[in-house]
Design a protein around this ligand. Sequence first.
Ligand code: ADP
Ligand code: MG
Length: 213
Amino acid sequence: MSEIGSDDLKAMVLAIAARIADSRERLNRLDAALGDGDHGASISGAFELAASEVADLPDPKPSEIWLTTAQSLMNGMGGASGALFGTLFLKGGAAIRGKERLVKADLNQLWAASLAGVKARGKAEIGDKTMVDALEPAVLAFAANDNIADAWAAAAEAASNGAESTRALIARQGRAKYLGERGIGHQDPGATTIALMFEALDNYWREMTNGKA
Ligand code: ADP
Ligand code: MG
């Protein structure tokens, strides 16, 4: 398996939605400690909408699946992070416009565009205790591996480590900024969502290629 088609991308959005739905309460609790406690409810609701909209697309190109997800996330959740998660999929979808199937280099471009979009929109850098602390290492780890299966696994591990690294940080963006040092010891919910996303993508890939590789 070295190419990704629309059926895979559809299934990937559904897999992300399911993993985030499972983690709704945990994400709410993380956001209760650092923000306003709504992250789990809003991101799981928005991904549920995305999953149903994507499942309904009759014969989509890869970019349409990502752009539909972006639209659902922007419509389905408010706040800073709806726009940021929407941007992630919007820029990723724009980067693969016109393609029927994606090879590894296309996926590298997709993730590079997603990361650049989130950073441009939110102005957060590594170390600011946001989703960027999970997304940037995941995108770099993905690009550093030529084999797609290795790339998903490395990205999932990097995202998880990045999310955990936020525990020690003082927030410089988002609501958690107002807590200052009192936020130390709490893991960032948006970074945790990114880690769950890459975990779901890695799991999907492993299950799908199991026995076929
Ligand atoms: P809100 O803060 O509007 O309630 P959520 O609770 O859904 O939104 O999401 C909070 C998450 O958004 C944070 O955990 C953080 O990862 C992310 N976030 C907030 N501001 C920024 C930013 N400027 N850049 C990147 N990510 C951000
Ligand atoms: Mg919140």
